[in-house]
Write a protein that binds this ligand. Structure first.
Ligand SMILES: *Cc1c(COP(=O)(O)O)cnc(C)c1O
Length: 414
């Protein structure tokens, strides 16, 4: 099929939830992708921070092929070798003791929200029964179910994660929302402290906000948040769905800040492009998930977890973290230099290979113009260009990208 035929078929049969660009990508290799008409693009979107290893990394392809011939799906009624092995890899390389697998970022956050509730329900009933217990409600545990999340956060599109997401634009039209989420400004520990009540159970935060505009916290923010959670008996949940798996130059973003959470969620970059989600937790918290409390038919299936093993090994063994740090710094400096020349660039910020360039003008036209010239970049929150290339991107490819970007920026009139 050519591009127009694919677009026509999409328009006819696909629910209209996406504002798609008028191209159809059919093939990819490394940092390059090709559309159905054969046009080549340099990809600085990487499937929205999913294809961290570049497109169709040979080790991931091989793992999928080999696993597909052996066993594609079985059920969590039985033990699954690659699932257990991927869990081991994730736990040994993080703070965590236990993993729960699912199929997306939203599902991983759902698991985190459910585990939080269950964890407090499992806590011994206070010696003095609370009034509602006296009224005969046979619910053990502490009365804690409120989760504090951040303004400009993004945690997913299911009903619970939509409520967790601190952005009205995603919630509108879907009310009533799941209760007991409150939002405070990102990077503001005092605001969290002021929001805590006797019902507060957890603080849920992206160590670096992705969708909300590549917002980087102060060096001490997460550490202070952890201390506050500890003092008040709250769980700390890191949503690393976007910034985990090497995106920031370390395997997990929290490693930059010298602090570990109680629960962490992963998805996007975890399996080299294959759909997967994972919630990691300490033993102390994870023990509240007992048989029957949570499940996923496809969660941790052989195919996805075999891909995950290949992906995480490639990230760790092929110098991708080092490359991410080096090329990320190179790109950040190049973008910074543009600020002097183009007054509509307000700020450039990032860590590793998640970089945002905030403009005083809309970014949509720039993205479209770049695409016409064979460059894929992303714009989030209307005015923030987001650069999230594969972690294998080279300085030469950054130079190529800059050439196209500058040719477009030159045409912007303000
Ligand atoms: C993308 C994203 C999600 C949602 O992931 P899905 O796989 O689309 O459900 C959740 N949290 C963050 C931080 C994300 O970037």
């Amino acid at each position: 099929m050519n591009t127009q035929e694919i677009i026509n078929l999409t328009t006819k049969y696909i629910a209209n939830t996406y504002n798609r660009f008028p191209i159809a990508l059919v093939r990819g290799k490394g940092c390059k992708v090709w559309d159905a008409d054969g046009k080549e693009y340099l990809d600085f979107v990487a499937g929205l921070a999913v294809c961290n290893l570049g497109h169709c990394h040979p080790k991931v392809v091989k793992a999928i092929q080999e696993q597909a011939e052996k066993l594609i799906h079985i059920s969590n009624l039985y033990h699954i070798e690659p699932q257990a092995q991927l869990a081991e890899l994730l736990c040994k390389n993080s703070f965590a003791d236990k993993a729960f697998f699912c199929n997306s970022g939203a599902e991983a956050n759902e698991a985190a929200i459910k585990l939080t509730r269950k964890y407090f329900k499992d806590k011994p009933v206070p010696a003095e029964p609370a009034p509602h217990l006296m009224r005969g409600i046979k619910q053990g545990g502490e009365n804690k179910f409120q989760i504090i999340t951040m303004e400009k956060s993004f945690h997913g599109r299911t009903m619970a994660t939509l409520a967790a997401t601190g952005q009205k634009k995603f919630q509108q039209g879907f009310e009533p929302l799941l209760e007991k989420f409150i939002y405070v400004p990102f990077n503001d520990v005092k605001a969290v402290a002021n929001a805590i009540t006797s019902q507060s159970a957890a603080v849920m935060v992206e160590p670096i906000q992705g969708e909300g505009g590549v917002n980087i916290p102060s060096e001490s923010y997460l550490k202070e948040l952890k201390a506050l959670c500890k003092e008040k008996g709250l769980l700390l949940i890191f949503d690393e769905v976007q910034v985990g798996m090497g995106r920031t130059g370390k395997l997990f973003a929290y490693e930059h800040y010298g602090v570990t959470p109680d629960i962490m969620t992963l998805a996007k970059g975890l399996a080299g492009g294959v759909a997967i989600g994972c919630m990691l937790a300490t033993d102390e918290v994870a023990k509240s998930f007992v048989p029957g409390t949570h499940a996923s038919t496809f969660g941790g299936n052989p195919l996805a977890t075999a891909a995950g093993i290949a992906a995480i090994k490639a990230v760790l063994e092929e110098g991708m973290l080092e490359n991410c740090q080096k090329v990320g710094k190179y790109l950040l400096e190049k973008l910074h230099k543009l600020k002097a020349e183009y007054p509509f660039i307000k700020e450039v910020r990032g860590k590793g290979l998640i970089i945002g360039m905030e403009l005083t003008v809309s970014g949509a036209d720039i993205v479209r113009a770049c695409m016409e010239k064979g460059l894929l970049i992303n714009c989030t929150s209307d005015t923030i260009l987001r650069f999230i290339p594969p972690l294998i991107v080279t300085e030469k490819e950054v130079d190529e990208m800059m050439k196209i970007l500058i040719s477009i920026l030159k045409t912007i009139k303000v």
